[in-house]
Design a protein around this ligand. Structure first.
Ligand code: PRP
Ligand code: URA
Length: 208
């Protein structure tokens, strides 16, 4: 099992509001940011720290810091952009790489329209962010693309995952750990996650 599902009362509470059809754009965005920070907390539990000496007002001490420059946050446009703030709130020096993909409404396959990664991407820990892991096609294509660029350490952070999407990532990319806030029942005939939260991009940007 390569997925870690955040099991916490705060997550359950925030997801209940996020999913609700009556939750408006402003609150939806704020919740996406908050849940993303909580996902980032979990996804950095195994982070390597660098020993450093600092001086408190009372004395010198040996402690440790994260090398934030090691990280690249990779939102899958457009809904993934909604999660960026939640991550850089806690890793402010992480670089951000963008991949533009949309899921064809006919074939449900991802179509790439943009790709721009920070320098030295191969040596960074890439945290792919996308609120929805449905068929897994978009996330899997993103991982393929990053691996083509030599990236060796990849994590996937999603808010709502479907079992079908998790299975695809585990089959195609067993080395990639998935962090999600919930795993839902499955996909409907339009490959939407049920019960889900609807179209994440539309709810973040108030389109439709
Ligand atoms: C949504 C979502 C994921 C993708 C998930 O994006 O944000 O990127 O679908 O589906 P999959 O796991 O079946 O690939 P969408 O294609 O709707 O584009 P948008 O973010 O521009 O709204
Ligand atoms: N994309 C979304 O935004 N929602 C889903 O349920 C599936 C794909």
């Amino acid at each position: 099992m390569n997925e870690i599902v955040l099991n916490h009362p705060l997550i359950t509470h925030k997801l209940a509001i996020l999913r609700d059809i009556n939750t408006g754009t402003k609150e939806f965005r704020e919740l996406v940011t908050e849940i993303s920070t909580l996902l980032c907390y979990e996804a950095t539990k195994d982070a390597e720290l660098e020993v450093t000496e600092i001086e408190t007002p009372l004395e010198k001490m040996q402690t440790a810091k994260l090398n934030e420059d090691n990280y690249a946050v990779v939102p899958i446009l457009r809904a993934g952009m909604g999660m960026v703030e939640g991550i850089i709130n806690v890793i402010p020096n992480a670089k951000v790489g963008h991949i533009g993909l949309y899921r064809s409404e006919e074939t449900f396959q991802p179509v790439e329209y943009y790709y721009k990664m920070p320098d030295g991407i191969a040596d960074r820990i890439a945290m792919i962010i996308d609120p929805m892991l449905a068929t897994g096609g978009s996330a899997s294509a993103t991982i393929d693309r990053l691996k083509e660029d030599g990236v060796k350490a990849i994590k996937l952070l999603s808010i709502v995952a479907a079992p079908e999407g998790i299975e695809v990532i585990e089959a195609n990319h067993p080395d990639v750990k998935i962090y999600c806030a919930t795993v839902d029942k499955g996909l409907n005939e339009n490959k939407y996650i049920v019960p889900g939260l609807g179209d994440a991009g539309d709810r973040i940007y108030g389109t439709k």
